[in-house]
Design a protein around this ligand. Structure first.
Ligand code: NIG
Ligand code: FE
Length: 389
């Protein structure tokens, strides 16, 4: 195993208050020692121990690699026409998903995998070192399980979303589709997945259907996460808390009861500002959630319909500018918050024993991620201790 010491990190965020200042555990003039795949030491650069290799950060800022806890990357085709129509004033509807379902079913395994690899590489260059991704554009037992099989070759955080919308093949019999999703399709998909998700929304699945789907998944050992309260108010958030889902994602339309439920449970509110940006929708109110004591994560929701961005940097800038988060809060949510939304303690922070996932920024501090929007500030990335290209 090789060890590497990275010295002269001008401003390091560890997300471990025991390592440095404040909730972000900031250390000035810091160093990090990587041993194999893990962090072995963190501290002041002047105290750094020797290692096999040395890397001089030359004053750049360092952050934990981003944890993107919500994406839909197994798909084919794109939805340029739908985006254009929206920018001319049309509204976003769940039904657009059908366009991608058609293209995805028609694609070969190789095409789907090549697409996934391309988007993962794109995200990695922008500092993302942990990815969750979902099925949901197959909607048959064969197409959902092959999506998950392909995804599981590239990440441990794989989510079964057979319940994205009612399959077009069952449009006259949604109950039969729920039976399929909770029966044969679940059996075929569970071996490749860690999570089960459902789009609980008008035009997708109602509260009772969502409950049946999530509890069937939990009975097979999958953990729950929910697409909740994106387009309208609804039962998704409270159902997520009740079933101890790791995360309720979107959280755009929330009642006071929804906020109270989130504050009292173990469910993270994952906000996906790329979706509101690309659908010209109302922003989720991060400030309201944070002030109520809710744990907030930020993620891209990268998908061809509602949010075709792989950039956590972009999401941080939007969250700060439009969702009333501070730059510190947004960075925490995009790293430690994402880790909590995936119930992981080994990523999202730079502390001895954690996975050696980190990024250096061409900037004096992480605040520049929001202050300099649209600028590719990520200049070096280590994933599992390895420098990625
Ligand atoms: O998270 N909300 C449901 N699913 C995706 C959109 C998928 C699509 O439009 O293709 C989302 O925004
Ligand atoms: Fe989504």
């Amino acid at each position: 195993m090789t060890s590497t010491v990275i010295t002269n990190i001008g401003n390091l965020v560890t997300n471990d208050p025991a390592q440095g200042e404040g909730k972000l555990g900031r250390i000035r003039d810091a160093a990090v020692v990587i041993d194999g795949e893990t962090i072995a030491w963190v501290g002041a650069s002047k105290d750094a121990p020797d290692a096999d290799e040395a890397y001089d950060a030359k004053g750049r800022a360092g952050i934990p690699g981003f944890v993107d806890s919500h994406s839909h990357l197994v798909f084919a085709g794109d939805r340029t026409a739908e985006f254009n129509a929206r920018m001319e004033g049309r509204s976003y509807k769940a039904g657009g998903i059908r366009t991608t379902v058609k293209a995805t079913r028609a694609a070969s395994d190789e095409e789907l995998e090549a697409n996934l690899v391309r988007y993962l590489a794109e995200a990695r260059k922008q500092g993302t070192t942990t990815f969750e991704t979902k099925s949901g554009y197959g909607l048959t037992t064969h197409d959902e399980s092959r999506a998950l099989r392909i995804a599981s070759r590239h990440t441990d955080e794989v989510t079964y979303l057979g319940a994205h919308i009612v399959s077009p093949d069952h449009k006259d019999d949604p109950a039969a589709y729920v039976d399929l999703v909770t029966g044969e399709m679940l059996d075929a998909c569970a071996p490749y997945a860690r999570w089960i998700d459902v789009f609980c929304e008008k035009g997708a699945f109602d509260g009772d259907q969502a409950r049946a789907i999530l509890t069937a998944g939990q009975a097979k050992g999958l953990m729950a996460r929910v697409h909740a309260n994106q387009l309208t108010y609804g039962p998704g958030v409270q159902l997520a808390v009740e079933l101890d889902a790791a995360s309720a994602d979107h959280c755009t339309h929330l009642t006071d009861e929804d906020v109270t439920a989130l504050a009292s449970g173990n469910t993270v509110a994952t906000l996906l500002p790329g979706a509101e940006f690309s659908t010209r929708a109302q922003w989720p109110d991060a400030r309201r959630l944070l002030d109520a004591g809710v744990t907030v994560a930020l993620s891209t929701d990268c998908n061809p319909g509602s949010s075709f961005t792989s950039s956590m940097l972009f999401c941080i800038a939007l969250a700060v500018r439009d969702m009333r988060m501070t730059p510190d809060e947004a960075l925490w949510s995009a790293t430690a918050g994402g880790a909590q939304a995936l119930r992981r303690t080994d990523v999202g922070r730079l502390t001895p024993g954690a996975r050696a996932d980190l990024a250096l920024l061409d900037a004096p501090s992480h605040v520049h991620l929001a202050y300099r929007p649209g600028v590719p500030l990520v200049s070096a990335v280590w994933q599992r201790g390895r420098r990625t290209p």
